[in-house]
Design a binder for this molecule. Structure first.
Ligand code: BTN
Length: 344
């Protein structure tokens, strides 16, 4: 079984990724050109095998140049999403190390739930280029067109009480926000508890689902949808949604972004398991919280009411001050929060 966060560190073994992923990694890491001979020796494969992989890579859209007496060089990598591409960019120990990739699937959350039930290791990541039944929070659908977005779900097996599982959504929100800012020069914020926004518009949605007994978690699926290279949105959401391409003005490589998020998640999740709460992340979460010191509208079962958002607790509730001066902690599952004048 693959190393999980709770187990002592086993080094990442080469056998975990395919030869194509290894070659891609070597091409990217090469300072200039890398000779066919070097690749053959390192991987213990024939020249013909290497040549065949280079041909496949070109067919997939990679710009692989071959120069006599120098070797191979990768000139540019377009936005390609395959299992091998993802394996070649991943730098984690366990998060996203086992990748299951789909050109098309119903919902990556459903796929992860199924492979989780079948015993897949913690950190298994399902990624799809498109979803036919993408699911959002509160029973809504999540628009999932092809070739433009990230749809991914990770399998976690935390040894915590089931009532602590909602905190994992905030751990993921923090990791996605940090991962995006590691890759792109944009300022993203978190709308409590887990929407990620840029300039007041939604960029990312997170859906956490759990399979558990009364006092024991079988597994948790944390699904993330990121609007990456879309240039427009359906009428119903076009006022409140945005994409990284719209905000940065350029195409973003989805594989690199996924790898950056997995790297952040691995660190944040281990901190979370260490403390059993969000105390190790509260400060940075608070810095990214768009609601901080703003008036919000609390929409629960009763009458909606206005309050001032003061921050989060170490278990992830939003602390608000009502107009009468009383303070309370809002649980994410029970209410939704809007800005007084709109989405934020
Ligand atoms: C939201 O409503 O804000 C949450 C949206 C979550 C969408 C992602 S896309 C990948 C994963 N698979 C799904 O079906 N949903 C989540």
């Amino acid at each position: 079984m693959r190393e999980g966060p709770g187990q002592a560190g086993r080094a990442y073994a080469r056998g975990d990724v395919t030869m194509k992923a290894e070659i891609l990694k070597m091409l990217r890491e090469a300072d200039g050109y890398i000779s066919g001979q070097q690749i053959c020796e390192k991987l213990g494969v024939s020249r013909t095998a290497v040549w065949k992989v280079m041909r496949q890579l070109r067919e997939e859209g990679y710009q692989v140049e071959a120069v006599r007496n120098r070797g191979y060089h990768i000139a540019g990598t377009p936005d390609i999403l395959t299992k091998e591409e993802l394996e070649s960019v991943m730098t984690t120990r366990w998060a996203g190390r086992n990748v299951v990739y789909y050109d098309e699937t119903d919902s990556t959350n459903l796929r992860v739930k199924q492979i989780g039930d079948a015993g897949a290791p913690e950190g298994t990541l399902a990624v799809a280029d498109m979803q036919t039944a993408g699911r959002g929070r509160r029973g809504r659908a999540w628009e999932s067109p092809p070739a433009s977005s990230i749809y991914m779900s990770i399998l976690l097996r935390p040894d915590i009480a089931p009532e602590k599982a909602p905190m994992l959504t905030l751990v993921m929100a923090c990791s996605v926000a940090e991962g995006i800012m590691d890759c792109e020069d944009v300022a993203v914020q978190i709308k409590w508890p887990n929407d990620i926004i840029i300039k007041g518009k939604k960029l990312v949605g997170i859906l956490t689902e759990m399979s558990s007994q009364v006092d024991y978690i079988n597994h948790v699926t944390v699904g993330v949808g990121i609007n990456v290279n879309m240039t427009g949105f359906p009428e119903e959401i076009k006022e409140t949604a945005t994409s990284l391409r719209i905000e940065t003005g350029h195409m973003v490589r989805r594989s690199s972004l996924i790898a950056a998020i997995m790297k952040r998640l691995e660190g944040n999740y281990e901190i979370f398991l260490g403390t059993g709460d969000l105390s190790g992340m509260m400060e940075k979460y608070g810095r990214m919280l768009v609601n901080l010191n703003r008036e919000v509208l609390i929409l629960g079962e009763g009458e909606p009411y206005r309050a001032l958002a003061l921050g989060i607790t170490k278990t992830g509730e939003l602390i608000v001050r009502r107009e009468d001066g009383s303070e309370e902690e809002i649980f994410a599952g029970e209410v939704s929060v809007r800005g007084v004048y709109g989405y934020v």
